[in-house]
Design a protein around this ligand. Structure first.
Ligand code: GUN
Length: 299
């Protein structure tokens, strides 16, 4: 970590690199012990350029970790039935331990039905209703990758989170809601704020842990942040400034020198998301290949 006028910069890129190295070692050990290679299938529908970039990055990292990568690129005209048939095949293919369907899907497809057609124990995005329910009820679950990465960074920085006051801005199924559940499971006192929340700045000023997933560039100003707080910025917003396009977070990073620590954008949470996808693929492999009690103990 280096410093920003007092606040430590949480280096998510370095943490993610270390995590991927540990995953790669585990993949080597699995191959030596059982001859198996954990595998991840990624399904992309259509030609959305941003989705294609994400999918390529996921595929590249999967291979770099020594895992098997199965890529499916379907035309935008694919029908719901055709996509469901592919998922049926992947669900029953023992070489495929994790399945991810890149979102968003074209409007004619029912994304909720597609997600819920993935076998819950292969749902490495953690979006299936069964995994959401497992997380909600404190059962071992495949957890959405971005909040899982945020939690790892928080625990690495703070250790035990018990009793801490956490505020999460954002109530999406992908980040805000699972983040709140994860912090609750760590015995934090959690408040979820969102676009309709009144006095949101005052609420944020009470937070020892502030996780921001609002999708709004520089929504959180320095004076919203309690001195000594740890701030996790999930935002990835493309903005035009001085005629140039740049990526900024949901937090005004330069105004947060009084925080104890803060994630930069880029280089904070972003790199953790793919690393956690690989971590989930390993967890899914264990669930599918080790005796159930042993597999769920080692996650
Ligand atoms: N699109 C943007 N982020 C994600 C993600 O984490 N998983 C999937 N499946 N699609 C996405």
């Amino acid at each position: 970590m280096d410093t920003l006028s007092g606040a430590a910069r949480i280096d998510g890129k370095a943490f993610a690199t270390g995590l991927v190295q540990r995953i790669a070692s585990e993949v080597v050990r699995i191959r030596e012990e059982s001859g198996a290679t954990p595998g991840l299938a990624v399904v992309l529908v259509g030609e959305d350029p941003a989705s294609a970039i994400y999918v390529n990055a996921k595929r590249r990292e999967t291979l770099a970790a020594g895992m098997e990568s199965f890529a499916f690129h379907l035309p935008v005209s694919v029908t719901q039935a055709e996509l469901m048939a592919l998922l049926d095949d992947l669900n029953s293919d023992s070489r495929v331990n994790g399945i991810l369907v890149q979102l968003p899907l074209p409007a004619h497809l029912d994304a909720r039905a597609v997600i819920n057609a993935i076998a819950p124990d292969k749902d490495v995005d953690g979006f299936h209703v069964v995994n959401a329910g497992r997380l909600f009820t404190g059962q071992p679950s495949l957890v959405p990758c971005t909040p899982l990465g945020c939690l790892m960074l928080l625990k690495n920085r703070l250790g035990d989170l018990t009793g801490m006051k956490a505020v999460v801005i954002g109530k999406s199924n992908i980040v805000g809601k699972p983040m709140a559940q994860l912090l609750l499971a760590e015995n934090c006192t959690v408040t979820v704020a969102h676009i309709q929340t009144r006095n949101i700045a005052d609420l944020c000023r009470t937070a020892e842990i502030l996780v921001v997933a609002a999708g709004s560039p520089h929504l959180v100003r320095g004076d919203w942040v309690k001195p000594g707080a740890v701030v996790i910025d999930v935002g990835i917003n493309r903005v035009e400034r001085d005629g140039r396009s740049r990526i900024v977070g949901d937090v005004a990073f330069e105004e947060c020198g009084h925080a104890a620590a803060i994630t930069p954008v880029p280089g904070g949470v972003g790199p953790m998301t793919i690393a956690c996808l690989l971590e989930n693929t390993l967890t899914a492999w264990r669930w599918q290949n080790l005796p159930r009690s042993q597999a769920r103990d080692t996650q």
